[in-house]
Design a protein around this ligand. Structure first.
Ligand code: TMP
Length: 264
């Protein structure tokens, strides 16, 4: 069993050193947090489901030409990814009002937006990930104008593709958050989709009943969080026979590695 060095631990994932230079192992935990980590719980099986759902979405997006950090899934909770320099911006795309836009602008949750709206949030937990504009991003050098252009175009492309994909699975893509990274290969820098795409980072409602199947089940104390995520996986055709027992198993080797100083 290889013992891997821990590079970074976030709220829902851990990054370990990968088998080769330029790779990392991304481990999905069962931890759920909300409201800037003021609310925390362990949702048994969430990590297993997010690993599978994110794998599926990254592969589908790669097929339609969206470059990603994803290499391959290693086991129930881990995937091999390319090491990238994460751009400290959360890119949110919204199709229907919900969450913070509803609160900020007083638009009832469920109201279709006149067009898809792209928003940027600066990744800084101490500041509570504030909403920022393109001006802030380029002025402070978080991303260059051409990088931001790539991120904007890719975010809309991801939205178009995923809207159709989820619609085919009987789900409405209300909104989602993505992160991008800089990948350097042979001295050429490219912006690629990074992090994860899962019900932790999307809002997904049933197309007819508006039943919620995403992390809002946790945020709003609706219960049945893992059941919601499992339904998303089932509808995407990922886990035909998933049951709770499946999700408890698969503790990976990386779970036991020695801790090194985390970077952040
Ligand atoms: P919001 O309505 O809270 O701004 O969230 C918009 C979308 O972004 C929603 O699908 C949840 C996702 N999101 C994250 O993935 N991480 C976060 O830290 C936040 C605030 C939102």
């Amino acid at each position: 069993m290889p013992r891997r060095r821990r590079i970074y631990e976030g709220k829902a994932k851990v990054l370990f050193e990968g088998p080769e230079p330029g790779t990392l192992v991304q481990y999905f935990k069962d931890d759920a947090t909300a409201f800037n980590a003021q609310k925390h719980a362990l949702i048994e099986g969430k990590g297993v489901l997010n690993n599978r759902i994110s794998e599926y979405l990254m592969l589908r997006l790669a097929e339609v030409g969206v470059p990603t950090h994803f290499v391959k899934r290693l086991n129930m909770r881990e995937q091999l990814i390319r090491q990238v320099e994460i751009i400290p911006i959360e890119v949110v795309v919204r199709n229907v009002a919900a969450g913070s836009i509803s609160k900020r602008l007083g638009i009832a949750e469920g109201t279709p937006l006149p067009r898809s709206i792209v928003e940027y949030y600066y990744k800084d937990d101490a500041l509570g990930d504030p909403l920022v504009t393109e001006e802030h991003i380029t002025a402070f050098g978080w991303a260059s104008p051409p990088d931001l252009d790539d991120m904007f175009n890719m975010a809309l492309r991801i939205n178009d593709y995923m809207t159709g994909l989820f619609m085919g699975a009987g789900l409405k893509l209300i909104d989602f958050k993505v992160e991008f990274g800089r990948l350097v290969t042979d001295d050429v820098e490219q912006i690629v989709l990074a992090d994860e795409i899962s019900p932790d980072s999307c809002r997904l409602w049933d197309i007819t009943t508006n039943e919620i199947f995403d992390k809002d089940r946790f945020r709003k104390d609706l219960g049945g969080v893992v059941e919601g995520y499992r339904e998303v996986a089932r509808r995407l055709g990922i886990l035909q026979e998933a049951n709770v027992t499946d999700l408890k198993t698969g503790e990976p080797h990386a779970a036991e590695v020695e801790e090194s100083t985390s970077e952040k």
